[in-house]
Design a protein around this ligand. Structure first.
Ligand code: MTE
Length: 402
């Protein structure tokens, strides 16, 4: 081993890897400070407890991607659901959950703190939602874009249940001046990072499907997904679905913080790849765009000449999918795939088709979805400075044996 070379640990992670992991998290800590804490095991094993099957994009804060091979059920089980936060997750035990309160103030008639128990007494609403991080697919942009290098799996579908945000807002009485709802969680910023506060325009906040969820797939919201309470803004990019929710402020104009004024913004006109965009030309992201991915076959799979089943999921934020087309000849010709029977407004829809491919060699399979507004997945990406909303036609290369 050369002088400056790092010695790998039994887990394959070197001291250098551990320090880089720490540095990436933004925390000014040394390895010796890291060792005694609860994250040592996570660093050593490079997994997060309860999420062992996920790809670790960052250990702390936990940013975990679901391998496409596991995204093959309409409902994504909680242990396979991707995780994304900018901050240190709030750690809330059962006792703290029992005492959980959401402070509500700002442009309201009756500011109040509403407890989780009180929220549970309001009518319970359930909504099946495909939650996707705006940065899903960032790794594919060219020129590359800094940030978590998500590939295809920062997305999943869950059934969330909770109280309607509109019921809560009716309880406090929104004044005429109230235009936005700023939502804030109990997670801790990393170092000097600003608080993760997001804001929902009043119309979205008042939609009957926008909920404060205390259940995910029939279980209490898991710790990393915002236990005991999170917002769910169906069809909108995932950052609106604030986790560990404990503060709601009704405000008269857009919130001023970094996660509203700077992050999660998109150019108001198409820009050249690599271009710098002045802040005044950036507008907030809202709904997710039409998109699909192929979960079978997997990249590089080998087949005997004959039948090859292609399958996957397609979604379009607040819109319905109307068709998914598939191709086995580099997109020269397209065939309608069969759509699955599970169809809900904010949830992905499965598709499948059986090709016959007899010619041995390397074949490119493709899928392209269309929504009920006529939006179609593009052939080429729209580059943007933060690498959001990647939705290019999905492709998988397979091999047909001789
Ligand atoms: N809520 C808080 N409090 N802090 C965060 O950093 N990240 C958001 C959102 N809610 C975030 C948050 C982002 S960017 C996404 S994509 C979703 O949570 C991810 O939700 P999940 O981890 O449950 O999949």
């Amino acid at each position: 081993m050369k002088k400056n070379e790092s010695r790998p640990s039994r887990s394959g992670l070197s001291r250098r890897d551990l320090l880089i992991g720490a540095a990436r998290s933004g925390a000014a800590i040394t390895l010796s400070q890291l060792l005694p804490n609860e994250f040592t095991a996570a660093f050593a094993q490079n997994t997060i407890k309860g999420k062992e099957k996920l790809i670790v994009r960052s250990l702390r804060p936990e940013d975990l991607e679901t391998p496409v091979s596991l995204l093959n059920t309409w409902i994504t089980p909680n242990d396979l659901f991707y995780v994304r936060h900018h901050t240190y997750a709030a750690r809330v035990d059962e006792q703290a959950a029992k005492e959980w309160k959401v402070e509500i103030d700002g442009e309201v008639e009756r500011p109040m703190a509403i407890t989780l128990e009180e929220l549970k007494k309001l009518p319970k609403a359930s909504v099946t939602v495909t939650l996707e991080c705006a940065g899903n697919g960032r790794a594919f942009f060219d020129p590359p874009i800094p940030g978590i290098q998500w590939e295809k799996g920062a997305v999943g579908t869950a059934r969330f249940s909770g109280a309607r945000l509109s019921d809560v807002l009716k309880k406090v009485g929104v004044k005429a001046a109230g235009k936005y709802v700023a939502i804030n969680g109990a997670d801790k910023p990393v170092g000097t990072q600003p608080k993760f506060i997001r804001n929902l325009p009043m119309a979205k906040a008042m939609q009957a499907d926008t909920i404060l969820a205390y259940e995910m797939n029939g279980e209490p919201i898991p710790a990393l997904h915002g236990y005991p309470l999170r917002a769910v803004a169906p069809g909108w990019e995932g950052a609106y679905s604030v986790k560990w929710l404990n503060r709601i402020q009704v405000i008269d104009k857009e919130q001023e913080g970094f996660f509203v004024k700077t992050a999660y913004r998109y150019p108001n006109k198409p820009v050249a790849p690599g271009a710098a965009v002045p802040p005044e030309n950036m507008v907030p992201l809202t709904g997710l765009v039409v998109k699909s991915f192929i979960n079978a076959p997997l990249e590089g799979a080998s087949f005997k000449p004959g039948k090859v089943r292609i399958a996957g999921f397609a979604w379009a934020g607040e819109s319905f999918i109307t068709k998914v087309e598939v191709s086995k000849d580099n997109g020269s010709t397209w065939t309608l795939a069969k759509l699955g029977k599970e169809r809900e407004r904010y949830a992905w829809q499965s598709f499948e088709y059986e090709f016959t491919i007899t010619q041995p060699g390397s074949h490119l399979l493709m899928a392209r979805a269309t929504d009920d507004k006529g939006n179609v997945q593009p052939v080429a990406p729209q580059w943007n400075p933060s690498g959001y909303l990647w939705n290019v036609i999905d492709k998988v290369r397979i091999n047909v044996e001789a």
